[in-house]
Design a protein around this ligand. Structure first.
Ligand SMILES: CC(C)(COP(=O)(O)OP(=O)(O)OC[C@H]1O[C@@H](n2cnc3c(N)ncnc32)[C@H](O)[C@@H]1OP(=O)(O)O)[C@@H](O)C(=O)NCCC(=O)NCCS
Length: 413
């Protein structure tokens, strides 16, 4: 079986998280991803959050699997020549430098198109055109400017960022979708095109339901929010704590154990009310007109979940899961990273993978979460800085041994 993107060559000029997430996805699907890194320095994350001195960090290794690394100083003349050759030889070019950095190197979109009209040139920036277009942006800035922070957390607390890297990894994912779409379009048009995704836009896309709620506000209170009916709503979507973002109420309730993650998220679908009440010993509420319908329950969801919690506190989260699942009550234990890393079913599907690295040894990573039935996807270790410089210069750029030596002597690679 061939991999889905076999034969696609990607010039990967990405660093940190957003861009590398995108190119790692392409690499998992079989693209030949050539990561360009500055000689002697490399992607800054190689040395960030290092747990083992002198060894590529997990930050780097977990975002750069299945890639080849070439060192290249794109500000030197010999480096620009090699970069031009790489643009000629690649199908896709991906970058997430600060705004204008690639233009300053002499590689504007116009120039890139001139070099290779079939290339797909994809960029992540913090913002699209507008007042903030020149700004450098990291994950949490995107979460704050894309609507996530203002809508995450509890009503009486500050805006809160989320652990899911929706700004970086989320935008990388959007970009990968744009690239594969453009690759498909190229099979029809014969031409490449520019693909751009701003982190603010990516986060806002993931916060779509909150823009929905913003437009519901003028028509009345948001009845599924925990503020209802006791706290008045202002003119901005408030933070909703653990309330469900959809039409079925939900909340995280505490379980036996008292640990930080001894909680389970329980959703009350209308058909779930009777089995839930029977299970927690409140049969009298099943038919009680004050409780029997979703509309009657909405103003007292806090009481509903308090009753459920009284019961869940007598069981572990997995015991609760074991009882509610057969009753078709949607629920899910709050799983810690420790529990996820030990979960056998995730190992079995290749979503959590153990990788062996020559200087680090064995470590866990998240493998490809997207499974294709006819195209395999494996996870191989991240490259050392410049590990494939010689092979890429000879195989892809077409340099002779003398030309490679000359480039090295100039400090270009
Ligand atoms: C992430 C970010 C804030 C990091 O900023 P930074 O560390 O200052 O890095 P920059 O992108 O500005 O690049 C620094 C310089 O290195 C240069 N450089 C990078 N690779 C190079 C190479 N191989 N050879 C020579 N120079 C290189 C760049 O050209 C730039 O030089 P310039 O400032 O003279 O133009 C910034 O890149 C950014 O805003 N990116 C877009 C949004 C994004 O992806 N953010 C999320 C990151 S997870």
């Amino acid at each position: 079986m061939t991999k889905a993107l076999e034969g696609v060559r990607v010039l990967d000029m990405t660093h940190v998280q957003s861009g590398p997430t995108c190119t790692q996805l392409l690499a998992w699907f079989g693209a030949d991803v050539i990561k360009v890194e500055r000689p002697g320095v490399g992607d800054i994350t190689r040395g960030q959050l290092q747990d083992i001195p002198g060894v590529d960090s997990l930050y780097f290794t977990m975002l750069n699997h299945n890639k080849r690394s070439v060192t290249l100083d794109t500000k030197k003349e010999a480096g620009k020549k090699i970069l031009t050759r790489l643009i000629e030889e690649c199908d896709v070019m991906v970058e997430n430098f600060a705004p204008g950095a690639l233009d300053r190197m002499g590689f504007s979109w116009e120039r890139i198109q001139e070099i290779n009209p079939r290339i797909i040139y994809a960029s992540v920036k913090g913002f699209g055109p507008g007042p903030f277009e020149d700004l450098k942006v990291y994950e949490n800035v995107a979460q704050c400017t894309g609507g996530s922070a203002s809508t995450t957390g509890f009503d009486d607390g500050p805006p809160t960022v989320t652990g899911a890297q929706i700004g970086d990894s989320g935008t990388g994912l959007h970009l990968a979708f744009g690239i594969t779409t453009a690759l498909y379009h190229r099979t029809v048009s014969g031409k490449g095109q520019r693909v751009e995704c701003a982190m603010q836009d990516g986060v806002l896309n993931l916060c779509r339901v909150k823009l929905r709620d913003q437009q519901r506000l003028p028509h009345g209170p948001l009845t599924e929010y925990p503020q209802y009916p006791n706290t008045p709503f202002g003119d901005e979507v408030p933070r909703a704590g653990n309330a469900s973002g959809g039409g079925q109420p939900g909340w995280a309730v505490q379980c036996k154990g008292g640990g930080a993650n001894d909680y389970i998220y329980v959703i009350i679908q209308p058909p779930g009310w009777a089995p839930l009440m029977r299970t927690i010993g409140r049969e009298e509420l099943i038919e009680d007109p004050e409780w029997a319908t979703p509309a009657k329950r909405l103003p007292k969801l806090d009481q509903c979940f308090a009753m459920i919690e009284e019961w869940t506190k007598t069981k572990t989260k997995y015991e609760v899961m074991g009882i509610l699942n057969p009753l078709n009550v949607p629920c899910g234990p709050i799983m810690s990273m420790k529990e996820l890393s030990e979960e056998q079913s995730l190992r079995d599907t290749g979503t959590i993978v153990e990788v062996d690295h020559p200087t680090r040894g064995k470590y866990l990573t998240v493998g490809n979460p997207v499974k294709l039935s006819d195209s395999p996807s494996d996870v191989t270790r991240s490259p050392h800085l410049g590990e494939h410089t010689d092979e890429i210069l000879s195989q892809v750029v077409g340099y002779s041994a003398e030309e490679i030596e000359a480039a090295k002597a100039e400090g270009a690679v």
